[in-house]
Design a protein around this ligand. Structure first.
Ligand SMILES: NC(=O)c1ccc[n+]([C@@H]2O[C@H](COP(=O)([O-])OP(=O)(O)OC[C@H]3O[C@@H](n4cnc5c(N)ncnc54)[C@H](OP(=O)(O)O)[C@@H]3O)[C@@H](O)[C@H]2O)c1
Length: 267
């Protein structure tokens, strides 16, 4: 299957299964409570074609790189994304990570984009609590709409402070790379066997268990990249899985929280 066919197939599968697709300036991703397809700039254009005529069914997210998040460049970067995606608006626009331009400047441009109807909301990515505090002090309550952060079974750092901050402020947490290192799904490993055993009790798969564990927090969305339609369907079905307290305990024991990090992990 060509990469173009794969991206279109994944976009349509994500749309059919989850009703939502997100894309970034550097990658494209689908999420609902979270199903992703990965693609580059070309991918964004292909997604634009795949969702043509179905824009209202899609929740479309894109990110601005910190190097473009200045007073002069933010709006132009967003307009380029809109053109690539062949749409007139994004449902949410994110600052990819904290950069060197003053946040006041970037957030003022986000608000301008909102007034212009080019974005319906804005959020951030890879923001620790000090940066989140700064956003809240500039923009007030209800901001940011979301914080997209690294979160998977073996990297639970956000649970120490970022997740509680987001819960207190009504900010959605979007977990990227929610499968982490695929090695944890190897049924020959101790951790793999724990996931396998919980999954078997629910007629589910270990990856569904992993996603369901992250989704136990109501503010968390997950965005696993998936280009295979079977993967999109499998991941989407994780939303229906209801882990028991005993399941959660077994997973907590196999994948302990770990100490609070000095810096928020990101990739
Ligand atoms: N904000 C940030 O700084 C940041 C950083 C990194 C990533 N992200 C975003 O996070 C999203 C998620 O990316 P990712 O890190 O999850 O991608 P990834 O680790 O690069 O790819 C996920 C892999 O898992 C496979 N997979 C998905 N579902 C599966 C299933 N049910 N069974 C077996 N394999 C499965 C996919 O295979 P197939 O493709 O063959 O289905 C793919 O190979 C992306 O859209 C990315 O843009 C954001």
């Amino acid at each position: 299957m060509s990469i173009k066919t794969k991206i279109v197939a994944a976009a349509l599968a994500a749309l059919a299964v989850t009703g939502s697709i997100a894309s970034t300036t550097t990658k494209a991703e689908a999420h609902g409570p979270g199903w992703g397809i990965g693609a580059g700039l070309v991918g964004a254009a292909i997604i634009g074609s795949a969702i043509a005529g179905r824009r209202d069914e899609v929740f479309l997210v894109s990110k601005v790189l910190p190097s473009n998040a200045s007073k002069r460049a933010t709006i132009a970067a967003c307009e380029k994304s809109l053109a690539r995606l062949k749409t007139d608006r994004l449902d949410c626009y994110l600052l990819h990570w904290r950069g060197s331009y003053p946040l006041e400047e970037t957030l003022a441009e986000f608000e301008r984009l909102k007034q212009q109807g080019k974005i319906l909301s804005w959020g951030v990515s890879n923001f620790d609590t000090d940066d989140l505090d700064e956003v809240a002090s500039i923009a007030g309550t209800g901001h940011p709409a979301c914080n997209q952060v690294l979160y998977h079974l073996e990297e639970r750092a956000i649970e120490h402070a970022v997740l509680p901050w987001c819960r207190r402020h009504g900010t959605a947490v979007v977990a990227y790379t929610p499968f982490g290192q695929s090695a944890v799904f190897d049924a020959r490993s101790r951790k793999g066997r724990v996931l396998q055993s919980v999954a078997a009790a629910h007629q589910a798969t270990p990856r569904q268990v992993a996603l369901s564990f992250l989704l136990r927090h109501p503010e968390v969305f997950v965005i696993p990249k998936a280009s295979a339609m079977a993967h999109v369907a499998e991941n989407a079905a994780a939303a229906a899985l209801d882990l028991s307290a005993a399941d959660l305990k077994a997973i907590e024991t196999a994948f302990p929280l770990g100490p609070a990090p000095r810096e928020l992990p990101m990739i």
